[in-house]
Every structure is written in structure tokens, then in C-alpha cells.
Design a protein around this ligand. Structure first.
Ligand SMILES: Nc1ncnc2c1ncn2[C@@H]1O[C@H](COP(=O)(O)OP(=O)(O)OP(=O)(O)O)[C@@H](O)[C@H]1O
Ligand SMILES: [Mg+2]
Length: 244
């Protein structure tokens, strides 16, 4: 089963200190052509899950499969070559480097970099083409997030993981960024993101999971999660409103 899945996390127990797991048996699947969102309040273990997948947090038990291949504990830089790219929650651009230099750095991680890859990124993000010479630190939060996503795409991934891409962005900017994620999915790239912005994230997702205290509370179609009173209740305690 897991052989065909772009990404599969099976019963993962992981944490920063041995014997003190933060993730306590988490299973998440990303199927072909999906955007999947993992929701959860602050401290739920969302970033820890992403970091465990990319080898930045030790996995104590459980498995991670990328296109059916066991990648449990594999180092981040090797995973980029295997087709898994990751946009961290914070510090995801080099502020002193230009937009283009930031993107080119992402290209170094690629095994084979097609000559038109940079142009493809500029086609997807025309703003970045306009500001290509500008230091990334001079951009707005939304534009910086586009640089971070663009850099991850430079490596030509099959799976893109994003840690709270809408953090700090206005609703309008979030809408623009999320429309780009839909475009990226249409290019055959699967997306797994963690978010606190439940409503906006589920609106573009195929399926969702809810994580709390390192365990899965809900899983289902994004539309079901959006209308679930239990999910809403969990979120009202976490400063997130599903219904407007
Ligand atoms: N480097 C670390 N060392 C030890 N514990 C950590 C470390 N980073 C996070 N934790 C702990 O792991 C738990 C989960 O944190 P995590 O960052 O994964 O949550 P999150 O769901 O991403 O939260 P947020 O929405 O605030 O980003 C928290 O209790 C946190 O204190
Ligand atoms: Mg986090």
C-alpha cells in the first residue's frame, strides 16, 4: 500500500530527548496529487512532525516512506535529492542575498538542474522575477514566503512540505500564496503542510488531520473537517475559528 504513496508516516514516535516523545504514534498519508494539511494548536507537535520526516528530530519508532522507499532518519540534504523539499516555519530566506541568489541556492541541492528551472519559478511567481536583484530581506512577508517556496521548488521535488506558510501573512496574502500551492499541485507535486490557519488551509486541501499533544485527533476529507463541530470546538480553544 505505502509503496504507491508519495509520502507515508507510519506510527511515528519522535522527540528531542530520549524517553520523552513529543509525537506519540502519528500516522499521516499523502496520496498522489493531494494537498494535505495537518492542523493543531501551538505545541501540538506539528513542526516536530515535519522535522522528524526530514531527519532533524530523531525518530524513536515508526517509519517514514517516500514513494515507497524507507527514508526513516535520512538526513535532510539527502532527502532533497530523493524528491522531498521542506520550507521551515521561520528563517527560511537569506535576507542579505538577492531573490535570485536565494533561488539559486535551492538549485544547488538538485541532482540535475534543468536550465529553465529558474524561469519556471519566475513564471509561477512573477513578483520574484521583478524583484530578482533585490535583497530578500527587503521583501514583504508574503513575498519572502514565495522566495522560500520557490527555493524549495528549485530542487525539483515530488513532495513539498511547508511549516505554517501563512504565519504572519494577511488574509489577502494568504489567499495569493495558497492559490500558488494549488498551481504547484497541478504540476504533479504533492503538498503536505502544517497550519494553524485551519479555514484557509482546509479550503485548498483535499484531506486534513488534526494533531493535539502529539497524537492524531481527527482525519478526513478537508470538507468534513471544515464542518465538523468537534474540530471547531478544538480550534476555538486554540484561537482559530473555522466558521466566520
Ligand atoms: N528543540 C526542542 N527541544 C525540546 N523540546 C522542543 C523543541 N522544539 C519543540 N519542543 C517541544 O515540542 C513540543 C511540540 O512543539 P512543536 O514546535 O512541534 O509544536 P507546533 O505544533 O509546531 O507548535 P506551533 O504552532 O507553536 O509552531 C512543545 O512542547 C515544545 O516545547
Ligand atoms: Mg510549529
Amino acid at each position: 500500500m505505502s509503496e504507491q504513496l508519495p509520502l507515508s508516516i507510519q506510527d511515528v514516535v519522535a522527540g528531542y530527548v530520549p524517553g520523552m516523545p513529543i509525537l506519540r504514534g502519528v500516522s499521516v498519508e499523502l496520496r498522489a496529487n493531494e494537498i494535505v494539511t495537518v492542523l493543531g494548536p501551538n505545541g501540538a507537535g506539528k513542526s516536530t512532525m515535519i522535522k522528524a520526516i526530514v531527519g532533524l528530530v530523531p525518530i524513536q519508532s515508526g517509519k517514514v516512506f517516500l514513494q515507497g522507499k524507507d527514508i526513516t532518519g535520512r538526513k535532510t540534504h539527502l532527502l532533497v535529492r530523493e524528491g522531498l523539499a521542506y520550507v521551515p516555519q521561520t528563517g527560511n530566506v537569506f535576507v542579505r542575498l538577492s531573490v535570485q541568489e536565494n533561488l539559486e541556492l535551492g538549485g544547488f541541492a538538485a541532482e540535475k538542474l534543468p536550465p529553465d528551472r529558474l524561469d519556471q519559478i519566475f513564471t509561477l511567481f512573477p513578483d520574484l522575477a521583478r524583484f530578482r536583484k533585490l535583497a530578500a530581506g527587503k521583501l514583504s512577508g508574503g513575498q519572502r514566503q514565495m522566495v522560500a517556496v520557490g527555493r524549495a521548488l528549485m530542487a525539483g521535488p515530488q513532495v513539498l512540505m511547508l511549516d505554517e506558510p501563512s504565519a504572519g501573512l494577511s488574509p489577502k496574502m494568504t489567499e495569493i500564496l495558497f492559490a500558488k500551492l494549488i498551481e504547484i499541485r497541478s504540476q504533479g507535486i504533492g503538498i503536505l503542510m502544517v497550519e494553524q490557519n485551519a479555514k484557509a488551509a482546509l479550503a485548498i486541501s483535499d484531506r486534513g488531520y488534526v494533531l493535539a499533544e502529539g497524537q492524531q485527533r481527527f482525519a478526513g476529507a478537508a470538507s468534513d473537517l471544515l464542518t465538523s463541530p468537534e474540530v471547531g470546538a478544538l480550534y476555538l480553544g486554540a484561537h482559530t475559528r473555522l466558521a466566520s
